[in-house]
Design a protein around this ligand. Structure first.
Ligand code: SAM
Length: 205
């Protein structure tokens, strides 16, 4: 994994010291299926069952650098899957809070058991919710940051509403990653980064 992390640093994908530290401390091999552990350090998405994947390290690095998570942040992680990115965020927010939402019950359990290899759940830094994240998590809003791992067709208004002023939303729309920064309840600065591939966000209605 060290080789891959150094590669992501040299290529300019990983930049922020605390994000790099979190990539080093949270082992991707703790979040993949038993028979794929040898492949955990490859820069590719890997199957985690139920037609889903643990995200590609390059994509996670790119999205986290846009999100700029900081100690103390309250973050909503939509599509938590294996829990790898959730654990990286938990390491960074330290005494903050990360809410991971996953809609597939078996992956909700898989992610929770993987994150349990670290102490983030017992320290109440991470809470997992099994459900549809397309509506966000109203009862815990507003969030400092929201990050989404599955592609929507358009930006759901609820996520924009559940962000605090100054907060950042990083999400895929079709094959682009978008960064939104909330300037006022109705004003957002938006930037698009094309050229990525994501599983679809499923709206459970
Ligand atoms: N960061 C995760 C990881 O590295 O393991 C990403 C996993 S995968 C790329 C995206 C996840 O989003 C899948 O586990 C999928 O089930 C989940 N997902 C899709 N639509 C969702 C929704 N509406 N609410 C919650 N999770 C959703």
């Amino acid at each position: 994994m060290e080789t891959l992390i150094n590669h992501l640093i040299q290529q300019g994908y990983l930049k922020t010291p605390l994000i790099i530290e979190a990539f080093r401390k949270i082992k991707r091999e703790d979040f993949v299926l038993e028979d794929l552990k040898d492949e955990a350090a490859l820069n590719v998405p890997l199957p985690i069952g139920w037609g889903q994947t643990i995200s590609q390290p390059l994509t996670v690095a790119f999205m986290l650098e846009l999100l700029q998570p900081e100690p103390g942040d309250k973050i909503l992680d939509i599509g938590s899957g294996s829990g790898w990115q959730t654990a990286i965020l938990a390491y960074i927010v330290n005494k903050g809070k990360v809410f991971g939402i996953e809609r597939i019950p078996q992956l909700f359990k898989f992610g929770k058991s993987n994150v349990n290899k670290y102490s983030f759940i017992e320290k109440k830094i991470v809470s997992f919710i099994c459900g549809d994240g397309s509506k966000g998590l109203k009862e815990e809003a507003p969030f400092d940051k929201i990050i989404v791992a599955a592609a929507a067709e358009k930006i759901p208004e609820t996520w924009k509403e559940q962000l605090r002023i100054g907060g950042r939303l990083v999400m895929p729309i079709q094959s682009s990653i978008w960064l939104l920064i909330k300037k006022s309840p109705t004003d957002f600065v938006e930037q698009e980064f094309p050229g990525f591939a994501f599983v679809p966000l499923i709206n459970d209605g």
